[in-house]
Write a protein that binds this ligand. Sequence first.
Ligand code: HEM
Length: 118
Amino acid sequence: MKKRYLFFILLLMVLLLVIVACKTDKASDSNNTTKDVAIEELPIMVMEEVALNDGNEGRNAYIVVDGIVYDVTSSSKWKSGTHNGFQAGRDLSEEILRDSPHGTKVLKNIKAIGRIEK
Ligand code: HEM
C-alpha cells in the first residue's frame, strides 16, 4: 500500500516536471526570435541591397516586414520574386497586413537574413 502511494507521488512529480519544461520551451520561442534566429544577431542591411534582390532574372528574392529581411528565393509562392501581384525587393510591412489573407504568421517559416536599421 505504502509503495503504491510513493509511486503515485513520483509519477505526479514527473508529470509536473514535464509540464514546466514544456512551458519554458514555449516562453523562449516567443522571445524576440524569428525562425530560430535572435533578431539582434541578424546582420544590418540597407534597403538598396534589398532592392537589388527582387527575384527577377535569377536574382535572389528578399522582402522586408517590420524591419526584418526575409529570403523568399526558394519559396514556390514567390516565383521570380512575385507573389499575388506583390514584388520582392521591397518593404511589404503594410501590404502583408492590409492585403493578404494570412497576415504575418506565414513569416515564421521563412528564413530571416538581416534587419534594417531604424
Ligand atoms: C492578395 C494578397 C495575398 C494573397 C491572396 C496571398 C496568399 C498566400 C497564400 C495562399 C499563401 C500560402 C500559405 C497560406 O495560405 O498561409 C501565401 C504564403 C505567403 N505569403 Fe502571401 N498572399 C498575399 C499577399 C502577401 C503579401 C503582401 C506578402 C508580403 C510579405 C505575402 C507573403 C507571403 C509569404 C512570405 C508566404 C509564405 C511562402 C512560403 O511559405 O514559401 N503575401 N500567401
